[in-house]
Design a protein around this ligand. Structure first.
Ligand SMILES: [Mg+2]
Length: 333
């Protein structure tokens, strides 16, 4: 595998156009753009280098008044590390580049950088480098994360008949954002989920060792990210809304569509994980819940009590309002 089919959406249409007619990747590249990480072929042995980048922009991904500069840096590192988890990679290190508005200057950059470093150390990542810039229009943190993957879990591995499982409970981060946007202080647990998501690094490797066939981390929301997994694997996905594990106090539809929880969606052949779920919960103190299945077809369907539920176009659209998104509906690369 060298490329991965992207799901629908204007952001992904733009990526498709950027990558259209690109030459075949060089011999060092085992998996090019389109999955949670690119995979670099090892010089010897069979351990891939997994590489990914993730950008956090004030006013787009967060607002400064919602948290501290340290939390802003920490969240950016955690989000990038989550892409390593999505490949079942072990953490190596991160590079963090930080741009700040000029009126805040060096002190703000330093505090964001300290937040990056603290989160990296917590997750077992070395802070390998980065860059600082002043005079930006908006505070921006761009993190590159690097890991090693022995048996990488790709988005493309799901097959019709596979079960779909999610880790943890969903919707807390989206509930925090909704509260802030409504001028309220969110529940402490939701706030924690937004600013300190936990990349599921060890759980992902555990699931890969037990034979999971595919994985993606939930950045855009369960429904949207299931669409990316479906597109990459060439399958349809059916989700059972009543089985979606919502965070405490969060409604089911928000748990289905809310982004940035950074839990994992994993596919596995039938019955592989059913007997293992209790052991998973005991070991990681984390829920593992079956939420649906892969089927022959394409796209994502959501059911409640065997009735299909219309959820509209799920997930965050960075380019909402530009064009009609006609290409998106094809979901082609
Ligand atoms: Mg991801």
């Amino acid at each position: 595998v060298t490329t991965t089919r992207l799901g629908p959406g204007r952001e992904f249409d733009a990526i498709r156009r950027i990558l259209a007619d690109a030459p075949a990747p060089g011999p060092g590249v085992a998996l090019a753009a389109g999955d949670d990480c690119a995979l670099i072929r090892p010089e010897s042995g069979n351990v891939y280098l997994a590489v990914t980048s993730d950008m956090a922009v004030e006013g787009v991904h967060f607002r400064s008044e919602w948290g501290s500069p340290e939390e802003i840096g920490g969240r950016a590192v955690r989000a990038a590390a989550s892409d390593l988890a999505a490949m079942a990679a072990e953490p190596i290190g991160v590079l963090a580049s930080i741009a700040v508005p000029s009126d805040d200057g060096a002190e703000l950059a330093e505090r964001v950088g300290r937040g990056c470093r603290t989160a990296a150390e917590t997750l077992g990542l070395d802070l390998l480098g980065g860059d600082l810039a002043g005079g930006a229009q908006a505070l921006t943190v761009d993190v590159t994360a690097i890991g090693r993957a022995r048996d990488p879990l790709l988005r493309a591995g799901a097959r019709p008949g596979d079960e779909l499982w999610v880790t943890g409970r969903l919707g807390g981060a989206a509930a925090a954002v909704a509260a802030w946007l409504a001028g309220r202080e969110p529940e402490a647990a939701w706030r924690e989920r937004f600013w300190r998501p936990v990349p599921r690094l060890a759980p992902a490797r555990w699931l890969a060792e037990r034979g999971a066939s595919a994985a993606i981390d939930l950045s855009d929301g369960l429904a949207a990210d299931a669409g990316h997994l479906a597109a990459a694997s060439g399958v349809g996905i059916e989700l059972d809304l009543g089985d979606v594990p919502a965070a405490e106090g969060v409604e089911l539809l928000r748990a289905l569509t809310g982004g940035e929880d950074y839990e994992l969606l994993v596919a596995a052949a039938p019955d592989i994980l059913a007997d293992e779920a209790a052991g998973f919960r005991a070991r990681f103190d984390l829920d593992l819940t079956r939420v649906g299945r892969a089927v022959v077809g394409a796209g994502v369907r959501v059911y409640r009590d065997d009735e299909e539920v219309e959820v509209g176009r799920p997930g965050f659209d960075h380019f909402e309002g530009e064009g009609d998104g006609a290409e998106s509906k094809e979901g082609v690369r």
